[in-house]
Ligand binder design. Structure first.
Ligand code: IMP
Ligand code: MG
Length: 181
């Protein structure tokens, strides 16, 4: 896997430290509220598993899978729910946990969809944020790192379903995806 990377952007230690900080912040903000954390599959599964263990107050966990049609590196905003939540979110404080927000189209669609179920609040926690590439009006409440438009893989993030198991986050060599944009 490593030969396909331009470089390692975040090491295991960088990720662990930042995820612990996010967990501490969520603990402080949601103490006593029993928030429902929603893992957006598949990309955020690794981040989610680490994040929930860094939160020191009671939380409930649920999972949702959406697919957005587009190329393997750009999403289109045409989104389909592939696996829905298993619990009722009405009157709950919901936190959507995402691996990376790029155009923001996926999350803003999902937020609107979940709003129709009348949660008490919805916030978004993303490990990586690409504010410069935003097309939808969306600012996440919790951000791990701000990225500069690179295509990254690892720690749950994939390129054509590969690299999710890489423990670090790396920048993919450009020649591997430039013909797929
Ligand atoms: P958005 O709808 O443009 O915000 O796209 C968000 C989704 O695209 C994320 O959930 C990822 O699955 C995928 N994505 C965007 N950028 C990257 C990247 O650099 N590496 C891997 N997946 C990405
Ligand atoms: Mg993805």
């Amino acid at each position: 896997m490593y030969q396909d990377l331009e470089k390692i952007l975040y090491t295991r230690a960088d990720l662990q430290q930042r995820v612990n900080e996010l967990g501490a912040q969520i603990t402080k903000d949601y103490e006593g509220k029993f928030p429902l954390l929603i893992c957006l599959l598949k990309g955020s599964c690794i981040f989610f598993a680490d994040l929930v263990r860094a939160i020191e107050t009671h939380v409930e966990l649920d999972f949702i899978m959406v697919s957005s049609y587009g190329s393997s590196v750009n999403s289109s905003g045409n989104i389909v729910i592939k696996k829905d939540l298993s619990c009722d979110i009405s009157d709950r404080d919901v936190i959507i946990v995402e691996d990376i927000i790029d155009s923001g189209l996926t999350i803003s669609y999902l937020k609107k969809y979940l709003q129709t179920r009348k949660p008490r609040s919805i916030s978004v926690c993303t490990l990586l944020n690409q504010q410069k590439r935003r097309k939808a009006d969306l600012t996440p409440e919790y951000i791990g790192f701000e990225l500069n438009s690179e295509f990254v893989v690892g720690y749950g993030l994939d390129f054509a379903e590969r690299f999710r198991n890489l423990p670090e986050i790396g920048i993919l060599k450009h020649e591997l995806y430039e013909d797929k944009e």
